[in-house]
Design a protein around this ligand. Sequence first.
Ligand SMILES: [Zn+2]
Length: 116
Amino acid sequence: MKHRAEFIEKIKKRLLKRRQEMLQELSDLSSEKVSDDQVRDSGDEALSLYMERLKTSLEQTEIDELNLIDDALNRISKGEYGICIDCGEPISNVRLETFPYAARCIVCQEAIEEQK
Ligand SMILES: [Zn+2]
C-alpha cells in the first residue's frame, strides 16, 4: 500500500494548492464588490445587477468547491480518503486522479445518479 499512500499524499498537495487558489479568488471577488458602487454611479443599474448576480453565483460555485476540498482533506486526515463511503471498496487511482473530491466509487456514484 506504499504507492497508495504516496498517491494520496500527491492528491493532498494538489487539494491544498487548489484550496489556496480558491481562497485567493474568493477574496479577489469580494474586494471587487467595492467597485460596484462606481458602476452604479454611472447609472448602469442593469449591468451592475447582472455583475452582482454573476459574482454571487461564481462565489457560490467557489464555496461549493471549497467545501468539497475540505471534505476530501478531512477524509485524508482521518485515513478514510480513497475509500467509497457507501460500499467501503477502494476508489481507483484513475478516478481519484480525475475527481479528487470523489467520495464514492464509480459503481455507487452511478447508482446514486440513477436514483435522481
Ligand atoms: Zn462504492
